[in-house]
Design a protein around this ligand. Structure first.
Ligand SMILES: Cc1cc2nc3c(=O)[nH]c(=O)nc-3n(C[C@H](O)[C@H](O)[C@H](O)COP(=O)(O)OP(=O)(O)OC[C@H]3O[C@@H](n4cnc5c(N)ncnc54)[C@H](O)[C@@H]3O)c2cc1C
Length: 414
């Protein structure tokens, strides 16, 4: 069969890689580079990830893909020494406990909020109709944990709004813990609520993965597709559309497009800053800034501490994320304004800093897909209106993390 894949992001390239075993496959990519959100570039001797930083090494589909591509020896796990994470609360950074027992003595939440969160195993489980992440967290863990810890987590993963996101669609693992065990704490059995695995990338960043995939399939760069019907007319039997839903909506029949447009996304600006070594950049993972706690940024990542190869030994590379579902207008700020927001927020968190020796800014207008309440129904409507020769894959549908995109993209064949 002849198959066209639209988009050379991780989803499109993964689909093409597996489909090319049995079919004739061509990938059409609008830009002049592969990777989509995955985009590694040099900056003043450092290596910046403008999009994702890495993936958790717990998804068999990703690990199998890495092994098939012969990239195992190039994997680069995040430095354990830089695993401390912080959350901004009431005017200063508070360390997040490394292990669940540390929660007892941590000041990440006020004492009363911590006590309420510790009562979680005794809260009766309830089946609610497509509950928001915020309502779910407030019900199980209390308002304090919902407003600080869960808000910070949602900011970190989705740049999203916990009051709009669906817990079942955006955090299916949390939803399943309650459904199966009646309690998050009992279900997680001391391992924490997040997905298992260690953050991992490659020696030269995530670009290694997409460039290696692209070497093995027929990719046409600078080849924006305007309508999927053109490809059918060109003799393609099947079309895999691996574009963000809003882009896919521009290319498909109107009755499908109307449902694709119901999936929103959160724009994100990434500000990368390089500092000379004496600067007081902590050897930590970074910090999260929950909404309404006074910072304008979503958070900051100490990339050269997480992945020491990302910067020369005498420099620090930091990335600050700005915008998201609740502050989308900030992404349209000028470069000078974004730089000022990033530097002033870092100074509030870490204290006085010298001027960065270099900086760069990238705006992801379609940023991160938002699985808001009603997402499961939208997927059903999409399925019901999708032509039989079209398959939709990618981060807009069944998981935004790279691992989820890879697993989803590889799961389909005609
Ligand atoms: C700032 C940021 C940080 C992130 N951090 C992480 C992280 O640390 N870990 C993690 O797991 N995930 C992270 N994510 C999420 C993850 O990066 C994405 O979900 C994933 O990369 C999306 O891949 P995709 O293939 O679905 O789409 P995309 O990467 O968006 O690729 C779609 C491609 O389609 C192309 N295209 C668009 N229109 C057309 C057209 N008409 N014709 C042809 N081609 C077209 C685009 O140019 C693009 O290359 C992050 C996302 C962002 C924005």
């Amino acid at each position: 069969m002849k198959i066209a894949v639209l988009g050379a992001g991780i989803a499109g390239l993964t689909s093409a890689h597996y489909l090319a075993r049995h079919h004739q496959v061509v990938v059409f990519e609008a830009r002049d580079r592969v990777g989509g959100n995955i985009w590694t570039e040099p900056l003043d001797g450092c290596r910046v990830e403008w999009g994702p930083n890495g993936f958790l090494d717990s998804e068999p589909a990703t690990l199998e893909l890495v092994a098939e591509l012969g990239l195992e020896s190039r994997l680069s796990p995040a430095d354990h020494a830089a695993s401390d994470r912080f959350v901004w609360r009431e005017g200063r950074l508070r360390a997040l406990p490394r292990k669940p027992p540390g929660f007892l003595t941590s000041d990440c939440l006020p004492l009363a909020a911590r006590m309420r969160a510790l009562a979680e195993p005794f809260i009766r489980s309830r089946s609610n109709n497509d509950e928001s992440v915020f309502d779910f967290a407030r019900r199980r863990l209390g308002r304090g944990a919902a407003e600080i810890l869960v808000d910070g987590m949602v900011t970190g993963v989705f740049a999203g709004d916990p009051k709009r996101l669906s817990v079942a669609s955006a955090f299916p693992r949390l939803h399943a813990l309650e459904a199966k065990h009646g309690s998050l704490v009992r279900g997680a059995r001391g391992r924490g609520f997040g997905p298992p695995g260690h953050l991992t990338s490659f020696d030269n960043g995530l670009q290694v993965l997409v460039e290696t995939l692209a070497e093995r399939v027929d990719v046409r760069l600078g080849a924006a597709i305007d309508a999927v019907s053109d490809l059918a007319a060109d003799g393609f039997d099947h079309i895999v559309c691996a574009l963000p839903a809003a882009r896919a909506a521009e290319l498909v029949p109107a009755r499908l497009a109307e449902h694709l447009r119901r999936i929103p996304s959160a724009p994100v600006a990434v500000v990368a800053l390089v500092f000379d070594s004496p600067a007081p950049v902590p050897r930590a993972f970074g910090f999260l800034a929950p909404h309404n706690q006074g910072l304008e940024v979503l958070g900051a990542l100490c990339d050269s501490a997480i992945f020491p190869g990302r910067a020369p030994v005498d420099r620090h590379l930091v990335r600050v994320l700005i915008g998201g579902r609740r502050r989308p207008e900030l992404v349209d700020s000028t470069d000078d304004q974004l730089l000022d927001i990033a530097c002033s927020n870092l100074e509030r968190a870490w204290g006085p800093l010298p001027s960065p020796t270099a900086h760069g800014i990238v705006r992801h207008r379609l940023g991160i897909a938002q699985y808001e309440r009603g997402h499961a129904k939208i997927l059903q409507d999409i399925e019901a209106n999708c032509p039989t020769n079209l398959r939709l894959v990618g981060s807009s549908y069944r998981g935004v993390a790279l691992n989820a995109c890879i697993k989803d993209a590889r799961s389909w064949s005609p």
